[in-house]
Design a protein around this ligand. Structure first.
Ligand code: CMP
Length: 139
């Protein structure tokens, strides 16, 4: 099935380095419509809940600490085949392995500070978008 929406986070280091604008521009230029967008700083509890699926991983505590370290930009993106196409656009989780021209290759520092998050399935896109946006915040 082809999905129509995906969910993204522009992570703290990318935001603090001033990359939110260029990243959003690349998203738009790549054919995604931004249907919800906001800037916020996660609480510890929110970050723990959002990344709960990684709770048993050795990097979980560091990941949560990083994600609460500064403001982030969260958004819902619409496009045919959104989940898969966005994962192509952002590149591999580890920026050292990401292809040239991808968002992570251009703007990421490390596997933890990897500039952006993108949903890995239609189901998670819906869950993640609802985590941050009520129906009235989506257009
Ligand atoms: P994200 O798409 O936000 O989803 C889970 C995050 O965990 C991932 O991006 C990375 O930032 C982080 N992550 C995944 N693997 C590792 C790892 N081996 N070490 C540190 N962080 C990781």
């Amino acid at each position: 099935m082809t999905s129509n929406i995906t969910f993204t986070i522009i992570k703290p280091l990318a935001v603090s380095k001033g990359y939110a604008g260029p990243i959003l521009n690349k998203i738009s230029e790549s054919g995604f419509k931004i249907t919800a967008l906001k800037m916020l700083q996660l609480t510890q509890k929110e970050a723990e809940t959002f990344y709960e699926v990684h709770k048993e991983r050795p990097f979980y505590n560091d990941l949560v600490e990083f994600m609460v370290s500064g403001p982030i930009v969260v958004g819902v993106l619409e496009k045919e085949n959104a989940v898969e196409d966005y994962r192509q656009l952002i590149g591999a989780t580890d920026p050292a392995k990401a292809e040239e021209g991808t968002i992570r290759k251009l703007y990421a520092d490390s596997v933890q500070a990897n500039a952006v998050h993108g949903s890995d399935s239609d189901e998670n896109a819906a869950i993640e978008a609802s985590f941050f946006f009520s129906a009235s915040d989506r257009f």
